[in-house]
Design a binder for this molecule. Structure first.
Ligand code: BTN
Length: 251
């Protein structure tokens, strides 16, 4: 399915949109535009990425014509609320997916979007000197995945049994991100933490393992702290704060 950028422009006439048929990563281009002083909300979109970047040094599978690959420059005074912004972008992506497709995703802290335990979207936030670059990758119309991702990944098409227009999803995503940035500016991150806890099955009462490089933590999730970090009750009763790491269900 093609990508009708004209429709996005019609619905968001004042938004700076940079669409590329093929590029290494939208993160690199958004970072370059941010350094040049582009407006907050500027979005870089690619139909295909040849070197899509994931979290924890992983790559992001970015096949041509199937996914939504977008990086958005955020310039608001967010630096103090960085973990909260991370959760907010996950919530925005979740809302956009519901609006555009009717598919409801779970959120795995900090911001993976899951359907039936498999990842359908991932988010990468880079804090740069003059902006936050929020990179969002959504598996939209993929009919399948390479061997190494088959057990881990899914798409909206696989979940819903039909294809979706990526431009609708992009408009909903940009609108939802606008709502959340406004919410944080006006009310801080408290409402974001509440909404995230409501939307995510991972925040409370789930036994998880958190891989942190060479080491790992295990315990039962016990909510979010006031900054948006995940709290984990270990088996010895100790409450620890998870600042980063890959959270996975443990049995
Ligand atoms: C993750 O590992 O979960 C984060 C994936 C982020 C992928 C998106 S796709 C658009 C943007 N460009 C990239 O190279 N990465 C992000």
């Amino acid at each position: 399915m093609g990508f009708d950028l004209g429709e996005v422009r019609r619905r968001m006439p004042s938004r700076a949109l940079h669409w590329h048929r093929r590029m290494d990563s939208t993160m690199t281009e958004a970072s370059r535009l941010a350094a040049e002083g582009c407006a907050s909300g500027t979005a870089v979109i690619a139909d295909e990425q040849t070197a899509g970047i994931g979290r924890h040094g992983h790559s992001w599978h970015s096949e041509a014509g199937l996914g939504l690959y977008v990086s958005v420059v955020l310039r608001q005074k967010f630096v103090d609320s960085f973990p909260g912004v991370t959760l907010a972008v996950g919530l925005a992506a979740r809302e956009a997916i519901v609006e555009a497709t009717g598919v409801v995703c779970d959120l795995r802290w900090p911001n993976d979007l899951l359907i039936g335990g498999r990842k359908c979207a991932g988010i990468l936030l880079n804090l740069e000197s003059k902006a936050i670059i929020a990179g969002i990758g959504i598996n939209v119309n993929h009919g399948g995945f390479p061997e190494q991702l088959r057990e881990l990944a899914t798409s909206l098409r696989i979940a819903a049994g039909r294809e979706f227009r990526r431009e609708h999803l992009l408009v909903e995503l940009l609108l939802a991100m606008e709502r959340y940035t406004k919410l944080i500016e006006e009310e801080g991150i408290k409402p974001v933490l509440r909404l995230f806890a409501q939307a995510s099955s991972y925040v409370s009462g789930m036994r998880v393992r958190v891989e942190q490089g060479e080491t790992a933590l295990e315990g039962v999730t016990a909510g979010l702290d006031e900054s948006g970090f995940l709290l984990l009750r270990q088996d010895n009763g100790k409450l620890v704060t998870v600042l980063a790491g890959g959270v996975r269900p443990a049995s």
